[in-house]
Design a protein around this ligand. Structure first.
Ligand SMILES: Cc1cc2nc3c(=O)[nH]c(=O)nc-3n(C[C@H](O)[C@H](O)[C@H](O)COP(=O)(O)OP(=O)(O)OC[C@H]3O[C@@H](n4cnc5c(N)ncnc54)[C@H](O)[C@@H]3O)c2cc1C
Length: 312
């Protein structure tokens, strides 16, 4: 058996809304809980200045403030929060073994994985400069801010098509910029895009630069065949080229789907009994903080139930 100090009944990996909600429930359930969240805990919401759709905040709340409050709440209830990442896991034996980035070894009766996903970006310096100032990776989150104004969506797959259609509810016009001559989105979505008078698809173009001063004012595009340049004036740019779930650590250890998301059932159970997953790391569809938090709650309740079950 392992050293007492390195064993926790529940270890949570991650530090977004899913991880902290799970920790609030497990620590409040009286179960020794450790949360490993990396050096900059808080997850994707740290990238956004204003959140208007997380319940409980009548005024917009900054992502950093919301996440700091979640951390404090989890810590106040007794969660040991480690500012380290988990670098290796072994789920083949129980208790499960985990190694932190600094080399510390830990064991856990149950593990909750809430490592999230990263929106893919184009990698342009101007894109980085304007994230939160007109550039967004989340139409559901930020579309509302562009009511009555034109926006640009970059991408040609299902998520780009869904984002473009969603944005027509707010924007006066939606330019969809795609580098190929045809979209990768499924037929049903392509037909919807065609039928929507607010959408203009600009095929065969890449986004070269986002222009602006303090905020975005437009985009510079280039035709991939002719090299011709085009400028469009838009205050909002939505990058919709996919997400990368943070599951490198779990390859060959848990069932992952084709895109690398952890396969978990509606009770957050993964392919290993006693290992649960919550939030964007197992949710290719919703990608919303409140959904991640809800899943974190489910994972915590399932993990508590599992610990009871194996003790009996
Ligand atoms: C720019 C932007 C704006 C958004 N705005 C909104 C909004 O207004 N409203 C809304 O509901 N949603 C919004 N979202 C989506 C929302 O942020 C996500 O749905 C939510 O954060 C997912 O939470 P999560 O807990 O699953 O993981 P994440 O927030 O992705 O957090 C996971 C954390 O785990 C850490 N981690 C990864 N691997 C390890 C490891 N091995 N060890 C330890 N830690 C690890 C990561 O570093 C990260 O900090 C936005 C997203 C972006 C990118």
């Amino acid at each position: 058996m392992t050293d007492q100090t390195s064993h926790f009944d529940i270890v949570i990996i991650g530090s977004g809304p899913a991880a902290f909600t799970a920790a609030i429930y497990t620590a409040r359930g009286g179960v020794p809980t450790a949360l490993f969240g990396g050096v900059a805990p808080g997850g994707q919401l740290l990238q956004t200045m204003e959140i208007e759709n997380f319940p409980g905040f009548p005024e917009p709340v900054a992502g950093a403030d919301l996440m700091q409050n979640m951390l404090k709440q989890a810590a106040r209830l007794g969660t040991r929060v480690f500012s380290e990442e988990i670098a290796a896991v072994d789920f083949t034996r129980h208790p499960f073994s985990l190694t932190a980035g600094g080399g510390g070894a830990y064991t856990a009766g149950a593990v909750i994985i809430a490592t999230g996903a990263q929106a893919r970006w184009l990698g342009l310096p101007s894109e980085r400069k304007f994230v939160g100032k007109g550039v967004s990776g989340c139409a559901t989150c930020d579309g509302f801010f562009f009511r009555g104004r034109p926006v640009c969506v970059v991408g040609g797959g299902d998520s780009a098509a869904e984002d473009a259609l969603f944005l027509t509810k707010f924007a006066s016009k939606v330019y969809m910029v795609h580098r190929r001559d045809e979209l990768r989105a499924i037929f049903r979505l392509r037909e919807k895009l065609k039928a929507n008078p607010k959408i203009e698809i600009i095929y065969g173009h890449v986004l070269e630069e986002i222009t602006g001063d303090a905020k975005v004012t437009g985009v510079n595009l280039r035709n991939v065949k002719t090299g011709e340049a085009r400028h469009i004036e838009v205050p909002g740019v939505f990058i919709a080229i996919g997400h990368d779930p943070a599951t490198q650590l779990f390859r060959d250890k848990l069932n992952l789907d084709d895109e690398g998301y952890i396969v978990a059932d509606c009770f957050t159970a993964t392919s290993v009994y006693g290992v649960f997953a919550a939030g964007d790391v197992m949710d290719p569809h919703y990608k919303q903080a409140v959904v991640a938090a809800g899943n974190g709650c489910k994972a915590a309740m399932e993990a508590l139930g599992y610990l009871e079950e194996i003790k009996a």
